[in-house]
Design a protein around this ligand. Structure first.
Ligand code: ATP
Ligand code: FE2
Length: 327
């Protein structure tokens, strides 16, 4: 069975083709919107998605070496995400499903990050640390659902890095450049370490870093920001592992590309005699293959959706999903 997966919750249009059985990714094409200046306006991102959609689709089919007739199922990211982007991609997905007369499934974007990680690594029942621009969540499977054990109380970690980058006139996405600058950091300057129970908060760190940037070396501020934010995330994820008695930790989301974050979480896992897993970079970021794979899992467990079930859900919560494909 072959599934076409369409992602478009935020800045990236991703279309992937995945065959079931042991996961077999035939193609995974991405096109990311990067605004000429400033932050991402949802309407501009949605316009980008509609203008590149057909090209991404054609390239994805070509790379997978399949035609429209070979598609058995279509999955798309139904939420959470930016309204205009979700609507654009949902319209395209519905039109395609109607035209090809194929079943359509709306996939929860956060859960797709976790499922592709489980498929691509040896992780079986992990705690997921999902760290991206818009999302920061600690998710694990318990009593039939994926539950959120901790999350950001304000902005996502990636958003915090990108906003700080903008103050330094670094173009979006700023995370990789901040990682590079942090490698030349020599001094830790204290920033507000904000863990509240299982939750974290980044806006105070952003404000403090913006002030410090005027008096300290920028490399030192980047280094201190990474050390502070990533320690906070490592602390909450460790607590989630202890509470749930799970010994696997899986990373997901664009910020998980960061080597310093990977090292910190890996060290914590090793100290607890747990196991650390991180999928390859092109599956960490928003992508269509993860949507296709999750749609396949849903479909094979007997899930069906009619047109109203595929209405977009801007604030779709991870724990609202009935997980029919796991015991
Ligand atoms: P979502 O819709 O799930 O919130 P997203 O739209 O932010 O995701 P992703 O592709 O998962 O998309 O992640 C992009 C984010 O990852 C950006 O904020 C970017 O700065 C950050 N990022 C990418 N590489 C790195 C890195 N090496 N270190 C830190 N942050 C990074
Ligand atoms: Fe994402």
């Amino acid at each position: 069975m072959i599934c076409l997966g369409i992602e478009g919750t935020a800045h990236t249009v991703g279309i992937g083709v995945v065959r079931d059985g042991p996961v077999n990714i035939l193609s995974n094409v991405l096109n990311m919107y990067s605004p000429p200046s400033g932050g991402i306006h949802p309407r501009d991102a949605a316009n980008h998605h509609s203008s590149v959609f057909v090209d991404v689709l054609e390239e994805s089919l070509e790379k997978a070496n399949i035609g429209f007739d070979d598609i058995d199922l279509i999955g798309f990211s139904v939420g959470p995400g930016l309204g205009p982007c979700l609507r654009t991609v949902a319209t395209a997905a519905r039109s395609l499903a109607l035209y090809l007369k194929k079943p359509l499934l709306g996939v929860n974007h956060c859960i797709a990050h976790l499922e592709i990680g489980r498929a691509m690594t040896d992780a079986d029942d992990p705690v997921l640390l999902y760290v991206s621009g818009g999302n920061t969540q600690v998710i694990a499977f318990l009593n039939g659902r994926y539950r959120v054990f901790g999350e950001t109380l304000d902005i996502g970690i990636g958003n915090c890095l990108d906003k700080f980058g903008r103050k330094m006139e670094i173009k979006f996405p700023a995370g990789p450049k901040i990682e590079e600058m942090a490698e030349n950091g020599k001094k830790y300057v204290p920033l507000p370490y904000s863990v509240k129970g299982m939750d974290v908060s980044f806006s105070g760190i952003l404000t403090a870093a913006t002030v410090l940037m005027k008096k300290e070396r920028r490399e030192d501020v980047c280094f201190s920001m990474q050390e502070t934010c990533f320690s906070m995330l490592t602390e909450v994820v460790e607590r989630a592992m202890a509470h749930t008695e799970k010994d696997e930790i899986l990373l997901g989301g664009g910020v998980a590309s960061n080597k310093r974050l990977q090292d910190m979480v890996k060290k914590m896992a090793e100290e607890r005699e747990g196991r650390f897993y991180c999928p390859p970079q092109n599956l960490l970021v928003d992508n269509g293959a993860m949507i296709a794979w999750t749609a396949l899992l849903m479909h094979k467990s007997g899930m069906k959706m009619n047109a109203t079930d595929t209405s977009i859900r801007q604030n779709f919560r991870t724990d609202e999903v009935e997980v029919t494909w796991r015991d």
